[in-house]
Design a protein around this ligand. Structure first.
Ligand code: PLP
Length: 383
């Protein structure tokens, strides 16, 4: 018998009417009418050069061969150009998730601890718990600290065993981001204490402005990059890790997938970066307008609010505490109207009862439907 691991995640509670989480996801995935606001994926790309590149790669049957194990050099170069970074190394992975796991497993020793934040992207805490004895999850759901992990909070919570500070920037689920001043302060903390900033920039392109930790503390930052969001390629499972040659060499030592990353995904990612200037404006403009539609709906209802507005990402949280509606009940109710959203407990252990998370890189008419149904749902559920 396989014994349960000490760090094993408890099984996800399946939504009402489903036996398992997988059954639920299969149901929403296959329902073509479902409005997709429960995952921060991007549905705004038309058929374009990204699709063409992947189809052409598929037809060429290049997928019979293994790709270069660390990624095609062209893709690595394009990623560095996208970030305007030089003299750093890149490892192509099957997504930000794999990148996070590899870095965490490479860096941590049992006696180390990791600073994360709550709300946040909880799988990072789970990964860290597998390799270190302590994860310090800092509560940040407060206007006092602008709903983010600030340099002051990090100083308050860190200790001599802290080895990694996780900066999800912009933050899933709230959409908070960092100023240049804050990033410089984080860089100073990391350099002075010889610890790593694990900078997850999955939502970077949605932000009004964004500052890379790698620019201020190149030897103490590792950047986590994903093609799932602005590039609209979540199902292709591709991302990367960017760090110094020393850091990336070290990560190479803990690779699992040492035969490389999907060739079709890499062909799509190359096309996505080469054509970014042609589609980025459409994606960003639509996404920003969509969040205005949501804000207007929320503003019409007394007692609810959006903690971070405008959000720097393609999702935001709506706080329902003031009207006494359980976000889980709201998510279940909206699902019946074919709108998939996420209750706060998916991204918070402490504050999950406060908010519903909605993503909005989808066509605007679908956001209008959400706004309408959401207002009706608040009236109905309040009673
Ligand atoms: C902060 C953050 N990092 C990483 C990921 C996962 O990225 P990928 O699809 O590239 O594995 C997500 C997905 O929602 C995320 O929110």
């Amino acid at each position: 018998m396989i014994l349960p691991k000490k760090h094993a995640k408890s099984a996800k509670i399946p939504p009402k009417g489903f036996k398992t989480a997988n059954e639920f996801f299969e149901h929403v995935f296959n329902d073509k009418e479902m409005i997709w606001m429960g995952q921060n994926t991007n549905h705004l790309h038309d058929e374009n050069e990204i699709t063409d590149a992947m189809v052409s790669c598929l037809k060429s049957k290049e997928y019979c061969k293994y790709p270069p194990p660390e990624g095609f050099p062209e893709l690595k170069k394009l990623i560095l150009e996208d970030l305007d970074l030089e003299d750093l190394d890149v490892l192509i992975t099957a997504g930000g998730t794999e990148s996070l796991y590899l870095c965490i497993s490479d860096i941590l020793k049992p006696e180390d601890n990791v600073i994360t934040c709550d709300p946040g992207y909880l799988i990072i805490d789970d990964f860290a718990r597998r390799f270190s004895n302590e994860v310090i999850s800092v509560p940040i759901y407060s206007s006092e600290n602008d709903y983010k992990l600030t340099p002051d909070l990090v100083k308050e919570y860190m200790n001599e065993n802290t080895k990694i500070i996780v900066l999800i920037d912009p933050l899933n689920p709230l959409g908070s981001g960092y100023t240049e001043e804050e990033m410089k302060e984080f860089a100073k903390i990391a350099t002075e204490n010889d610890i790593y900033l694990l900078h997850d920039i999955t939502y970077r392109d949605f932000a009004e402005e964004h500052f890379l930790a790698a620019k201020y503390a190149p030897n103490h930052s590792i950047t986590i990059y994903s093609f799932s969001k602005v590039f609209g390629m979540a199902g292709m499972r591709i991302g990367s890790i960017i760090g110094t040659s020393k850091q990336i060499n070290s990560v190479r030592g803990v690779l699992i997938n040492d035969l490389g990353t999907n060739v079709i995904s890499q062909a799509g990612a190359i096309a996505a970066l080469k054509t970014k200037k042609d589609w980025i404006e459409h994606v960003i403009t639509t996404t920003r307008n969509n969040q205005k539609i949501i804000k207007e709906a929320v503003d019409e209802i007394e007692g609810i609010f959006i903690p971070v507005y405008p959000s720097n990402a393609n999702m935001l949280a709506i706080d329902l505490k003031g009207v006494g509606i359980d976000p889980k009940v709201m998510a279940d109710h909206l699902l019946e109207k074919k709108i998939f959203t996420r209750q706060g407990t998916y991204t918070s252990n402490r504050f999950g009862e406060n908010y519903l998370r909605v993503s909005f890189s989808i066509p605007d008419y679908q956001v209008e439907i959400f706004a309408d149904e959401f207002k009706k749902a608040v009236e109905f559920l309040k009673e």
